[in-house]
Design a protein around this ligand. Structure first.
Ligand SMILES: Cc1ncc(COP(=O)(O)O)c(C=O)c1O
Length: 398
């Protein structure tokens, strides 16, 4: 008997709301990409790695991993969203072009006056917001949920942000920041939406389209299965929308990956309506520790995704070891906890044959994954990869 360390729910993608894909139409994606390309000296496309030996081991045609561990030297994809949202806000406010160079002119600062950008984060998003604010010459305030790793706090402080670690979980910290921002006149750059707060989160989601576009333009063959991990779902929804807008001859199956302790998409798909997860959301996958779906992301994901896999921490730990110790001459991928979940799923697909069958994965399948972060807390990385912390117990039961 294998102990089930992940659970699958099947969605019925109706593809009935094409409007939600419009912000990710090719013309929009091009605009976002042009902005990122204007971040001269900062922006470089990240690698798409093909893992040929791993694909042969799993018995599929190809496995590709878009590796975000080197993005902007910040170790995650997140600043793609924060930078595009801050730039869009400033460009709109001072009616100037969406061009990074022009946004650094002093005249922009004069026009917009004193602005403080503020956000809540599990680590990576706040680091991206603080970094963008610093390079554009603005102060930032970042709130973090209780239990945030000190390294993540320090990384954000190094970008010049005032950081506050609260006694609340992620979703309640988002609400606290929104309230404090209103009192202090801060501009909230949050990666999730709520009623009457949609424009900035949508810009953030659009910002992530650069990552999806880079992957799809490099991949030499149409993917049959695209896997993306979700916290509030903004990134996965952006990738899903860019994929859907490509209109592949055979639509790839889109699979959402989630931390079991914060599996709001898994529960929402099971019930057909957004369902939240309360409590401490205690998982090593800090970036995925969000208990409430972004409603903008839910619209896309519920309409277009095929499956959701809810994964316990040992899946992420397995993924960190699997991608960090490649077979043969496959590339080594350094993946932090939230980035590695897809690697763990690959490891488990070899054991859980029914999962492969359920998701239609076979010898002709082309799988695309996203490693969304590097070793953002190096000690945790070594404890897991070298020290064997959080073993995946499926083997002991074989
Ligand atoms: C490394 C990493 N991967 C994935 C995610 C999930 O992104 P989203 O919250 O947009 O679903 C996050 C969010 O912070 C993250 O930090």
């Amino acid at each position: 008997m294998l102990s089930l360390t992940l659970e699958l729910v099947k969605n019925n993608p109706k593809r009935s709301n094409a409007d939600c894909l419009k912000p990710f139409a090719p013309s929009e994606v091009k605009k976002v990409r042009a902005f990122h390309e204007s971040m001269w000296g900062y922006y470089h496309a990240t690698p798409l790695r093909e893992l040929k030996n791993l694909a042969a081991w799993l018995g599929v045609k190809s496995i590709f991993v878009k590796d975000e561990s080197s993005r902007f030297n910040l170790q995650s994809f997140k600043a793609l969203g924060g930078s595009f949202a801050i730039a869009s806000y400033l460009a709109k406010k001072c009616a100037c072009p969406l061009d990074f160079d022009k946004l650094t002119y002093e005249s922009v600062q004069e026009k917009v006056g004193n602005i403080t950008f503020a956000t809540t984060t599990d680590g990576n998003h706040g680091r991206g917001v603080a970094w963008t604010a610093r390079i554009l010459g603005f102060p930032s305030v970042v709130y973090m949920p209780k239990g945030s790793a000190q390294e993540r706090v320090d990384n954000i402080r190094r970008e010049g942000a005032a950081v506050k670690v609260t006694e609340l979980n992620y979703d309640d910290t988002v609400r606290l920041l929104a309230k404090d921002a209103q009192q202090n006149g801060w501009v909230v750059i949050q990666d999730t939406a709520w009623p009457e707060y949609e424009e900035i989160p949508l810009w953030i989601m659009q910002g992530y389209s650069t990552m999806a576009e880079e992957a799809l333009e490099k991949i030499p063959i149409a993917p049959t299965h695209v896997f993306a991990q979700a916290g509030v779902g903004s990134m996965a929804a952006a990738v899903q929308a860019v994929v859907a807008n490509r209109h592949y001859r055979k639509e790839p199956a889109f699979i959402i990956l989630e931390a079991a302790e914060a599996n709001c998409f898994y529960r929402s798909m099971s019930q057909g309506v957004p369902v939240s997860v309360k409590g401490d959301l205690n998982t090593i996958m800090a970036g995925l520790a969000c208990g409430e779906v972004n409603p903008l992301a839910w619209e896309i994901i519920s309409n277009y995704s095929a499956f959701c896999l809810s994964c316990h921490d040992d899946v992420a730990a397995l993924g960190m070891r699997l991608w960090g110790n490649p077979l043969g001459d496959d590339s080594k991928i350094t993946a932090g906890e939230s980035g590695a979940i897809g690697g763990g799923v690959i490891g488990l697909l070899d054991k859980y044959h029914n999962l492969k069958t359920d998701m239609g994965i076979n010898k002709d399948s082309v799988l695309l994954f996203f490693n969304t972060e590097g070793d953002t807390v190096p000690k945790n990385y070594l404890d897991i990869v070298w020290g064997g912390k959080i073993p995946c117990d499926f083997r002991s039961d074989v």
